[in-house]
Design a protein around this ligand. Structure first.
Ligand SMILES: NC(=O)c1ccc[n+]([C@@H]2O[C@H](COP(=O)([O-])OP(=O)(O)OC[C@H]3O[C@@H](n4cnc5c(N)ncnc54)[C@H](OP(=O)(O)O)[C@@H]3O)[C@@H](O)[C@H]2O)c1
Length: 246
């Protein structure tokens, strides 16, 4: 079984959905998880992990707040002296057909889904380079691979994170740091519950494995990429989508 004992892992958007499952599974594999979300939203997750015998703490982090990401990493380093795993998971969607898309909605999605990952990655790279090791896992989407009408902003952010990850992977590979991407398909979370039931059913019927994914399906892929078992894998996109896009 994957053993992440002693690893310090920072997970953004850990309050619910996929991020919550990632935080919980990393902790179940032995990592100390710093669960981040806005306000006190990640506290229940950290408390739940601790109650079941795992190691976790929550932090308040709005990934779009200037200086917030850097301060979060400084805090982790002050408390733990190192950072082994970063999971850039926090994400939003603001869907609209291109002709009607507001510039503000473009900016909000790009800032949250892509620019925040740039800032956080830059902040963790210094300590990871010093440690000569680390794991960065970025959460993209099937929409970043295949596109989707009404999601030009979201698709751009999720395709962007793939190119970004590959470029950074090349820059830091010689220092034992891997950078990979997990690209979920349609996963049962608040994000997809915001889509109409009809659209969800339409999408589900097109999935070869004939079901929506669970947050745990994504968490398992992240845990693998964060583990020693994945030490020879970098710059890759692991699609966890039930065969929706191959
Ligand atoms: N669900 C899917 O089908 C699907 C498919 C492909 C990819 N994804 C990607 O997977 C990731 C997680 O999605 P999900 O379905 O779990 O979404 P979700 O249930 O809507 O949860 C989103 C998470 O992101 C956090 N977040 C949003 N804006 C933030 C901000 N400005 N600062 C800090 N945290 C912020 C939220 O935390 P707060 O408590 O602070 O709101 C929450 O924890 C996203 O990157 C999403 O694009 C999802």
């Amino acid at each position: 079984m994957i053993d992440l004992s002693g690893r310090i892992a920072l997970v953004t958007g850990a309050s619910r959905g996929i991020g919550r499952a990632i935080a919980t599974m990393l902790a179940a594999r032995g990592a100390h998880v710093v669960a981040a979300a806005r306000g006190e939203n990640a506290k229940p997750v950290a408390d739940e992990i601790a109650a079941s015998g795992g190691r976790s703490e929550h932090i308040t982090l709005d990934v779009t707040e200037p200086g917030g990401n850097e301060a979060a990493v400084v805090g982790v380093l002050q408390r733990h002296g190192r950072i082994d795993v970063l999971v850039n998971n926090a994400g939003i969607a603001k869907d609209q057909l291109m002709v009607r898309m507001k510039r503000d909605d473009w900016d909000a999605v790009l800032n949250t889904n892509l620019t925040a990952a740039f800032v956080l990655t830059q902040a963790v790279l210094k300590p990871m380079l010093k440690q000569r090791g680390g794991r960065i896992v970025n959460i993209s989407s099937v929409v970043g691979q295949g596109g989707n009408a009404g999601q030009a902003n979201y698709a751009a952010s999720k395709a962007g994170i793939i190119g970004f990850s590959k470029a950074v992977a090349l820059e830091v590979a010689s220092r034992g740091i891997t950078v990979n991407v997990v690209a979920p398909g349609l996963i049962d979370t608040d994000m997809t519950r915001a889509i109409t039931e009809r659209t969800r059913e339409e999408w589900a019927s097109k999935i070869p494995l004939k079901r929506l994914g669970s947050p745990g399906d994504i968490a398992a892929a992240v845990c693998f990429l964060a583990s020693d078992e994945a030490s020879y894998i970098t710059g890759q996109v692991l699609a966890v989508n039930g065969g929706m896009y191959m």
